[in-house]
Design a protein around this ligand. Structure first.
Ligand SMILES: Cc1cc2nc3c(=O)[nH]c(=O)nc-3n(C[C@H](O)[C@H](O)[C@H](O)COP(=O)(O)OP(=O)(O)OC[C@H]3O[C@@H](n4cnc5c(N)ncnc54)[C@H](O)[C@@H]3O)c2cc1C
Length: 442
């Protein structure tokens, strides 16, 4: 069997890894438009500082990334975050500690007393009867009230998806809360029931020594594939029961193709095969996001915690600031400190269009306004993702059902990328593994 994997981000690499594990006799052909593998999972090293260009790890509340790392024999590379990650902050009109427990929530000044009572009244709100999808904002306003949604859910949505609660499908992006309402009648009831039935701690943020690049390089090094790096595939067409995969430098014939590139690239390469399918894929949009890493040889601020997220109402130039050297101390040389600043998203996409010096300036302004840090950094990196994180608007899951029904008309053609069913590393690891299991079971 000959299989092409088009796009070697974590989705494509995971699929390739599990295919190779189950069927070492199969021939794998891995293409990527970039000269390196990993996609948005990439670490930039500057003078002993390690800055993630994208995500900085995964949560262990879902098993999939850990399983991938263990199956790959790479558990030695894992790095658990420091206990400081429990201390998180939200910037509204000033910086507030995110309450970790109900008593701290009651004490917190993030919401007024009537707003807190509205949150507590969630337990009396009847469950929605229909199965219609809705925005996270509409879900939040219904269940926990406007204030809780505009502060907590707004900041969280910016932190995970680079978007806002009124633009995102609750069903596609936060399936657990929908499940809690459907199965238990509400969030508090659902959480209590889960607490009783599921022992054990929540997830721990986990990464790799010196960044995600360490694991990406490990996976790359352990895959015996034919590598075509720096080769963007521009066309995939049928050839009898097989497929022809074309880049500028190669044309190969394979039995199956896994399209694991982002949706916009997948749409381009599938145009000749099926323009209607390509059109469906092209409707998936993206949030632009920029990441600015800043490092100091000396900094007075203690960076005592995980970092902060801002709310839309705060009107800050940044979505959030992650205190990286506190979360993973090996990200900065001994005694030095670094942070990563997130800019743009759907909240302020225009900011991502700035050049490197504009983005650096925006990051420093955000740092000054939210944390009072004005000291010039000794080291910086800037990474812009014009199409960084896929958007899951209301109706995303039904659109995906229709899309995958179309793909099913082409036996041997598969889509696997964060554009479809989940953006976290855990989601990509799960979807890659499940796809490999499906292909090897055929
Ligand atoms: C700023 C940021 C922060 C994030 N933070 C976190 C986090 O903390 N935790 C978490 O779990 N997730 C996080 N994520 C999300 C997560 O990192 C991504 O969803 C995941 O890495 C996507 O992997 P992928 O393989 O699906 O897609 P990608 O990483 O986009 O990989 C697709 C690959 O396809 C290649 N390609 C494109 N066009 C072509 C073509 N024509 N031919 C061949 N190859 C092509 C690309 O070069 C790329 O390598 C973050 C993402 C971003 C952008």
């Amino acid at each position: 069997m000959r299989i092409a994997i088009v796009g070697a981000g974590i989705s494509g690499l995971t699929t390739a890894f599990y295919l190779q594990k189950a069927r070492p006799d199969w021939e794998l052909y891995c293409f990527d438009a970039n000269p390196r593998v990993g996609g948005t999972m990439h670490t930039l090293e500057r003078d002993g500082f390690y800055f993630e260009a994208g995500g900085n790890g995964f949560l262990t509340n879902k098993p999939d990334s850990l399983q991938l790392v263990e199956d790959a024999g790479a558990s030695d590379l894992l790095l658990r975050s420091s206990d400081l990650t429990r201390k998180r902050y939200i910037y509204t009109d000033q910086i507030h500690r995110l309450p970790e427990s109900p008593p701290l929530f009651l004490k917190s000044k993030l919401l007024t007393w009537p707003q807190k009572l509205r949150v507590a009244a969630e337990v009396f709100i009847p469950a929605k009867r229909d199965l219609q999808d809705e925005t996270l904002q509409s879900f939040g306003y219904r269940r926990v009230g406007k204030a809780m949604t505009d502060v907590f859910l707004d900041a969280m949505t910016a932190g995970i998806y680079g978007t806002t609660p009124d633009r995102i499908s609750v069903e596609a992006a936060f399936p657990l809360v929908v499940k809690l309402e459907r199965e238990h009648g509400g969030l508090f009831r659902g959480m209590m029931a889960r607490r009783k039935s599921q022992a054990g701690p929540g997830g721990v943020l986990t990464s790799f020594h010196h960044g995600v690049q360490t694991f990406i390089d490990y996976l790359h090094g352990h895959l015996r594939a034919h590598w075509y790096l720096g080769q963007a595939v521009h066309e995939i067409v049928r050839d009898g029961n097989a497929f022809r995969v074309r880049s500028d430098a190669q044309e190969i014939q394979v039995d199956q193709v896994i399209v694991s590139s982002p949706a916009y690239a997948a749409a381009e390469m599938l145009k000749s095969l099926d323009p209607t399918l390509a059109e469906q894929i092209s409707h998936i949009g993206y949030s632009p996001i920029a990441v600015v890493g800043l490092g100091w040889h000396e900094l007075d601020h203690p960076l005592d915690g995980f970092g902060l997220l801002t709310t839309t109402s705060a009107k800050m130039p940044v979505l959030g600031i992650l205190w990286e050297s506190s979360v993973f101390p090996d990200r900065a040389p001994e005694g030095k400190k670094c942070v990563r600043v997130m800019i743009g998203g759907q909240r302020s996409p225009e900011l991502v269009n700035q050049d490197e010096s504009g983005l650096l300036e925006t990051a420093r302004r955000g740092l000054e306004l939210t944390m009072g840090i004005t000291k010039t950094p000794d080291v910086h990196v800037v990474q812009r993702w014009d199409r960084g994180i896929p958007c899951y608007p209301v109706g995303h899951l039904s659109a995906m059902e229709r899309l995958f029904a179309e793909v099913g008309k082409y036996p041997g053609l598969h889509l696997c990328n964060n554009a479809y069913y989940g953006v976290s590393m855990n989601d990509c690891a799960r979807n890659g593994r499940l796809l490999a299991e499906k292909i090897t079971a055929l």
